[in-house]
Design a protein around this ligand. Structure first.
Ligand SMILES: Cc1ncc(COP(=O)(O)O)c(C=O)c1O
Length: 389
């Protein structure tokens, strides 16, 4: 990728000194950059930021000011966005199984676009939000995604027409189809396969009198990760070309989460304890599995740890600060030997991290600062420290 938000060692030290650790540093410029990248490379595609990836208010406000729409998963997200003045027609309630409270809040706030993949959901929507606009989520298998959402969601293509017919009979506005190829999809193949399936279903639906006019290609756009190569320009180019081929006149939506926020946050964390267990070095950090590193469990993410030190690497175990034995983030992770109070920088920490963090054991959620709010001051202090040293 052309631009990634990554703090330098002197700046990390200044930030740790001023704010303490752990600390999350969010770059809104990177958020803008990522949004603009997708706008440029997926021309004509309407972007619905998947709020679940990182619901930070400043991120949502920034995207709203750029004209983004939003994919919401719950009553809480709808209410939070409504509170920020985001109009209901800029939201799609894209959770195939909605709670009763979620549907009540959709009705109250005026959110009228929904996705579904089951018959039971049709009756729920027809009752709670009559006449709502619906997209049927189609299952597209993709073992190449880091998080394969199709193990849980998506109607089998063979069942699609039956579900569309029931939705129509129930008075819903059957507007189109959607899919999600799974999060952190490394290639465009699954998108292209899904487009082919959806093209066939659009045509079959037309024969039955449907006017499907929206295709939502979901999220899944990848960010740089340890151990995998991504070529986002090639991926978006292939998607664009195939959209033009298979859906030249259809309104296209996408629901990027990770791609928008993943590269926009750095975590600064510190070694708070050393231990030798079973002949392996253990490092205890002041952020853990119940905090920002929750992505290790919920997102299967392997985080890069930058120690700003050189030396021969050793395999080590990294554990979080809670009293729970589950709170171990990495085992056999290669690292330069660390010492007490060493500071680590964790880049690409913005998606499915703080969003799923807890306050288990009474640890507060890791505070965050917005880089552009403090950049000038921090750079001045950093320069001053450098000149003294
Ligand atoms: C319905 C839906 N849309 C969009 C997303 C965002 O996906 P990603 O972060 O891979 O872009 C998700 C992630 O779980 C999702 O469930």
């Amino acid at each position: 990728m052309d631009k990634i938000f990554k703090l330098t060692q002197p700046v990390v030290e200044t930030l740790a000194e001023k704010y303490g650790t752990p600390l999350l540093v969010l770059s809104l410029e990177q958020i803008k950059h990522n949004y603009q990248f997708l706008t440029d490379h997926l021309p004509g595609v309407k972007l619905y930021y998947a709020v679940k990836a990182n619901p930070d208010e400043r991120i949502v406000r920034t995207l709203a000011s750029l004209g983004s729409c939003f994919d919401v998963a719950s009553d809480g997200e709808m209410l939070a966005l409504t509170e920020l003045g985001i109009a209901p027609d800029r939201m799609v309630y894209a959770n195939p199984f909605k709670t009763h409270n979620g549907l009540a809040v959709a009705k109250r706030t005026g959110v009228y676009k929904f996705t579904f993949d089951s018959e039971s959901e049709i009756y729920k929507m027809a009752k709670a939000v009559p006449g709502g606009s619906v997209l049927l989520r189609v299952r597209v298998d993709n073992p190449k995604a880091l998080v394969d959402l199709n193990k849980k969601f998506g109607a089998h293509p063979d069942d699609a027409l039956r579900l569309l017919n029931i939705a129509r009979e129930q008075g819903l506005d059957v507007a189109g189809l959607c899919f999600h190829v799974g999060s952190q999809s490394l290639t465009a193949d699954a998108y292209v396969d899904a487009m082919k399936i959806c093209r066939r279903l659009f045509d079959e639906a037309a024969v039955q009198g449907f006017n499907l006019h929206i295709l939502d290609i979901g999220g899944g756009f990848p960010i740089p990760a340890l151990g995998s190569e991504i070529d986002i320009i090639k991926l978006t180019k292939t998607i664009s070309e195939n959209l033009a081929k298979y859906f030249p006149t259809t309104e296209i939506w996408a629901e990027p989460g990770r791609f928008i926020c993943g590269t926009a946050v750095n975590l600064i964390t510190r070694v708070i304890g050393l231990q030798q267990r079973n002949n392996q070095q253990w490092y205890f950090l002041d952020d853990g599995l119940y905090g920002t590193f929750s992505g290790v469990i919920f997102d299967h993410w392997d985080f890069e740890l930058i120690a700003f030190k050189s030396g021969e690497k050793i395999p080590a175990t990294f554990a979080g600060p809670s009293c729970d034995s589950l709170d171990v983030m990495f085992r056999d992770k290669l690292t330069v030997p660390l010492e007490m109070d060493d500071i680590l920088l964790v880049p690409n920490c913005g998606s499915y991290t703080s969003a799923s963090a807890t306050v288990f054991n009474g640890f507060a959620k890791t505070p965050r600062v917005v880089w552009e709010d403090i950049e000038q001051e921090i750079n001045q202090v950093t320069a001053k420290n450098k000149s003294i040293a």
